[in-house]
Design a protein around this ligand. Structure first.
Ligand code: AMP
Length: 503
């Protein structure tokens, strides 16, 4: 009986004894280790009554056993529900109440706090620690590995990933076997992954980037990982010479660039550097190429859509852009009011359609309906424009749009100008409530190490280059910008910090 993802990603490795995970302080794992552990986990899930369609919530540190649990869920037909390790017990309570999982797997250190929440929701609790120990492993070891998968077809759910929920309630994005497999097949081909690839992996595995983009693509390719608990510059400098590819968020690249050991020789064996999940500054792209001779390939995607666009593998990887639609993905830029499509260089809301796009939000039919158009495009909420050569540029989120005195202001346009000013490492532009204008523009600037910022000079440049309504009414100098674990600037935090600027 077919199981879409298992048959494509896992079954071909039944007799594959080659290396899968190289680990820092533990014995390496082969493909067979993964399949055997996943088979035992699947048998354990079976014994506690977790079957096809049941949710399995997982809030654990990164480990190969956690990936085996993901595979076990696919095999068992369950819906894998990974949770950010930073969520508190109160936050986890919401997800458990909403998704009603049959099992919650957590680190031993949070078992006490989560036990009563699990009990109240009739949910079993098992532990899994970063070193692979815990009740999940102990109990799974007593089982014989399941070898057969439960049948699952393309439209069945494989995972629910909750969105980071910076506005309103966090929503569970339902991803089907088709969504995940179609994207893995596309990326495998487009980025030319193969069985001699070694992917340097320092991303978290509760997010689409480190989980689906990295793991599913590599399972199709048959290569291996250097699987690190998280990003750490020293580790990356140590392992880059043994890797062929790396997937990172922009902060990985800025941190590597701030280390003098990053040079051409160090990355001699690398064939591909990929960046995504947050905007990569054009300057970082240019600096990285100058230092290493390698052009970072920037791609764009989101939890709901998997990956939608990518710079080309062969051909110009244009700094500051996210490239073109991936094969099988349609993208269009639309005016949210008139619904008319935008032309070259005009900013519109990005909408995407394709097998990569999720099925909807868990138990939120109205919300799902609102975020899809009548002809089946998902409204991403990202603002973008397409240049004359067809490259897409993400210019912000529509919720970041500032409306001052009735005029629309796209923060990115101002940030690009500010980033170019002497002494400025990076910037963020947000709105603060303003009695006259509704909203006023506030610029937050971070000083480049060893430099200083001349605000008067910046004001004068802004008044030369920007329409009056776009010019920041207030400048704030900050040590750094608040970022989440995926490197995204947390504009909601900045908005909160500057909310009294004009009162
Ligand atoms: P997430 O669902 O956590 O993956 O977040 C998705 C959001 O991250 C998108 O809607 C974009 O706002 C942002 N994003 C992802 N990749 C890029 C990129 N390459 N450039 C700019 N923004 C990005």
């Amino acid at each position: 009986m077919p199981n879409t993802l298992y048959d494509a990603l896992v079954a071909p490795h039944q007799n594959n004894a080659s290396l899968l995970f190289r680990l820092k302080d533990r014995a390496d794992w082969t493909y067979q280790d993964l399949l055997e552990t996943a088979g035992r986990h699947a048998a354990l899930l079976d014994s506690i009554g977790a079957g096809p369609g049941d949710r399995v919530a997982v809030q654990v540190q990164k480990s190969p056993e956690a990936i085996a649990l993901y595979i076990a869920c696919i095999q068992q037909g369950c819906v894998f529900l990974p949770l950010n390790t930073a969520y508190t017990a109160v936050e986890v309570e919401y997800f458990i109440g909403d998704a009603k999982p049959v099992v919650l797997v957590c680190d031993e250190s949070s078992e006490v706090a989560l036990n009563s929440i699990a009990k109240a929701n009739n949910c079993n609790i098992l532990t899994l620690n970063s070193d692979g120990t815990g009740a999940l492993t102990t109990q799974a070891q007593t089982k014989s590995p399941r070898s057969e998968p439960h049948p699952r077809d393309e439209d069945d759910l494989a995972a629910i990933l909750y969105t980071s929920g910076t506005t309103g309630r966090s929503k569970g994005a339902m991803l089907t076997h088709r969504n995940l497999l179609s994207n893995a097949v596309t990326l495998h081909k487009y980025w030319q992954f193969n069985d001699s690839d070694v992917l340097l992996h320092g991303l978290p595995i509760y997010h689409t980037h480190g989980l689906f983009v990295a793991i599913n693509t590599m399972l199709l390719a048959g290569g291996s990982f250097i699987f690190l608990a998280s990003f750490n510059t020293d580790d990356f400098i140590e392992y880059l010479p043994q890797s062929t590819t790396m997937m990172g968020v922009p902060t990985f690249y800025t941190r590597l660039l701030s280390d003098d050991r990053l040079n051409k020789e160090l990355v001699r064996h690398m064939r591909l550097f990929i960046s995504g999940s947050a905007p990569l500054l054009a300057e970082t792209h240019v600096e990285f190429e100058a230092r290493t001779g390698q052009m970072i390939l920037e791609r764009y995607g989101m939890t709901e859509t998997n990956m939608s666009t990518s710079n080309p593998y062969d051909g110009e990887r244009r700094a500051g852009t996210v490239g073109f639609e991936l094969p099988g993905v349609e993208a269009r830029l639309v005016d949210p009011e008139s619904r008319k499509e935008k032309s070259t260089d005009e900013i519109g809301v990005l909408e995407v359609r394709g097998d990569n796009v999720f099925k909807g939000y868990w138990q939120m039919p109205e919300k799902t309906e609102q975020e899809f158009t009548a002809d089946g495009f998902f409204i991403t909420g990202d603002l973008a424009k397409r240049d004359a050569d067809g490259y897409l540029h993400i210019v912000g989120r529509d919720k970041d749009l500032i409306i001052s005195g009735g005029f629309n202001i796209y923060p990115k346009e101002i940030e690009l100008l500010l980033d170019d000013q002497p002494g400025v490492l990076e910037s963020a532009v947000v709105a603060a409530p303003h009695a006259d204008f509704g909203e006023g523009v506030v610029a937050i600037l971070v000083t480049r190490d060893g430099h200083s910022i001349d605000i008067e000079a910046i004001k004068s440049t802004a008044s030369d280059k920007l329409a009056k309504f776009k010019q920041p009414k207030e400048y704030v100098i900050a040590e750094s910008l608040p970022r989440n674990s995926m490197g995204k600037v947390q504009k909601n935090v900045l908005r909160e910090q500057v909310k009294d600027t004009f009162t």
